[in-house]
Ligand binder design. Structure first.
Ligand code: C2O
Ligand code: CU
Length: 553
């Protein structure tokens, strides 16, 4: 019989101080990071969100499939109108066929800077690995801004580039001793010698892919995006915003007199210019060691920390992601579509716009950044697309004619002038597919302004990464090398900078689903699109009716 688990989320302002800066922060229940939600596979989950902050908001349950319950997915103006100040909305959904670590975050403006937390789904069956787990704990990466996040976002939109880094990366909301005033703001996890722990690692940072390592200890990867993987052991992981990774760590080392080992995270970037290179650290503390007062170890930023790759270590990042494989066992089979009905080739690009007269622009070459998919820069409407779609409203709010091929041919092998795609269209066009379509999407980075991988997130579906590479996708040759046996299954893929990734999914969840870069900056600039999955004619192939308390615009 099904269990309903209910939670109350109050969105409220809370005074928080980090780095000697105190400011009111948007939080859930006064917590930063927000509360952990823990449920079991198969549970019905009801989270009542009450907005006490007089600031429009929505919450997204990142990676939860929301089968037939798109009304509970959360992205503002895609599946719902925002919850306004004083209003409540109950997100009501069932966790079907998923287990592991996911997370939740605000999906309106840049609110997820402080409104995020872990979403843990305990399995009904034993873990498919034999090591007994002593305990599990979340390791959540985030970013802290000394200033007001709305101001950062506004500057970004207005000047076509803002302060391109936060003031600190954080682990479980704490920057750690490499940052000013942060000795006390250091996360410490205590472990017992000889025991094995599961670290539920979540990258909730807004704009950076990160490397993570624990000094002297290896990490065994067992799950990504709430899907079991073939276990493999590594000295560090790479994790993109939106992604989650479960690793096992055995406390089998002998600490020195400090009693602690450093856990550290810093960005992975393909170009060192012009980003933040700072490092957040936390401590793994052995219980049986008499610990001295931990004081600032005075490690300079970008100092080689044990096991932590260099910021520009693309070889490590590539090798790490090549090691990820679905478990593909009898109990947890890999359901990758072997045959596809449709292939859409979608370019992902940053673009530059001339600076409007009488304005100052802070983007590259004094221009203004924006971003696009297939040269469509996504504009959010001011109505809920799902609602319009459900009510069959013929509107001018959105169109279902997203181009399946790039409308502009980029010169991938040569160097295009940065102004090459000034013909980008700003609008709200969605890709529409029939229920049950086996869809392949080839995400192709362009050769314009490649600084970093783009973590592309698909709502409402998991997908299989069947192939990826650097340079151009070649439809005549690359598909022959696809992995259709045990490709990694996830909800967010880091598309290699200057390369491509081919993903496959079965469009078996009717509704409207957001697809976007999980670098908040890029989403704001338009690196987003939507997918409409039409209802099928069979039973249970349509979306359920909207809840009574669904907000209206
Ligand atoms: Cu984690 Cu559309 O987001
Ligand atoms: Cu991006």
């Amino acid at each position: 019989s099904q269990i309903t688990r209910s939670f109350q989320f109050n969105l409220e302002w809370t005074e928080v101080s980090r780095l000697c800066h105190r400011k009111p922060l948007l939080t859930v229940n006064g917590k930063y990071p927000g509360p952990t939600i823990a449920v079991h596979e198969g549970d019905n989950v009801v989270v009542k969100v009450t907005n006490l902050a007089a600031r429009n908001t929505t919450i997204h349950w990142h990676g939860i499939r929301q089968l037939r319950t798109g009304w509970a997915d959360g992205p503002a103006y895609i599946t719902q109108c925002p919850i306004t100040g004083g209003q409540s909305y109950s997100y009501n959904f069932t966790v079907i066929g998923q287990r592991g670590t996911l997370w939740w975050h605000a999906h309106h403006a840049w609110q997820r800077a402080s409104v995020y937390g872990a979403f843990i789904i305990y399995p009904r069956m034993p873990y498919p690995f034999s090591l007994p787990i002593q305990a599990d704990f979340p390791i959540i990466f985030g970013e802290w801004w000394n200033g007001d996040i709305d101001a950062v976002e506004n500057e970004m939109m207005m000047y076509g580039s803002g302060p391109n880094s936060s003031d600190a990366y954080t682990i479980n909301g704490l920057p750690g001793p490499l940052y000013p005033c942060s000795n006390k703001d250091t996360f410490v996890q205590t472990v017992d010698r000889g025991k094995t722990y599961m670290l539920r690692i979540i990258n909730a940072a807004l704009n950076d892919e990160l490397f993570f390592a624990v000094a002297n200890h290896t990490l065994t990867v067992v799950e990504i995006d709430a899907v079991y993987t073939k276990p493999f052991t590594t000295t560090a992981i790479m994790i993109a915003p939106g992604q989650t990774t479960n690793v096992l760590l055995t406390a089998n080392q002998v600490p020195d007199s400090t009693g602690v080992f450093v856990m550290s995270a810093r960005p992975y970037l393909t170009s060192l210019f012009p980003f933040d290179n700072s490092t957040t650290i936390a401590f793994l503390k052995y219980r049986d060691t008499t610990t001295k007062q931990i004081t600032n170890p005075i490690i300079p930023n970008n100092f080689p920390l044990h096991n932590l790759p260099k910021m520009e270590d693309t070889a490590f990042a590539t090798q790490f992601s090549n090691n990820l494989r679905s478990l593909a066992s009898a109990v947890y089979p890999c359901n990758v579509p072997k045959i596809i009905d449709k292939r859409a080739i979608i370019t992902i690009s940053l673009n530059l716009q001339d600076c409007p007269a009488n304005q100052t622009c802070k983007g590259y070459l004094g221009k203004k950044f924006y971003a696009s998919m297939n040269n469509q820069s996504f504009v959010r409407p001011l109505m809920s697309i799902l609602q319009c779609h459900y009510q069959n409203l013929s509107t001018t709010v959105y169109y279902n004619n997203f181009p399946e091929k790039p409308p502009h041919t980029f010169n991938y092998t040569g160097v295009d002038p940065l102004t090459v795609n000034l013909n980008t269209e700003f609008g709200t066009r969605l890709l529409e597919v029939n229920y049950g379509t086996n869809l392949e999407i080839v995400l192709q980075d362009t050769n314009l302004l490649n600084f970093e991988n783009h973590p592309i997130h698909v709502h409402g579906h998991n997908f299989f990464i069947v192939g990826k590479g650097f340079g151009n996708f070649d439809a005549a040759n690359h598909p022959a090398f696809y992995n259709l046996v045990d490709p990694p299954e996830r909800n967010t893929v880091a598309v290699p900078s200057g390369g491509w990734a081919a993903i496959r999914l079965k469009a078996d969840n009717p509704g409207v689903w957001f697809i976007h870069c999980h670098l908040e900056e890029h989403t704001s600039w338009g690196l987003a699109m939507g997918m409409i999955v039409k209802s099928g004619s069979g039973p249970n192939q349509c979306i359920l009716p909207p809840p009574q308390d669904l907000p209206s615009c």
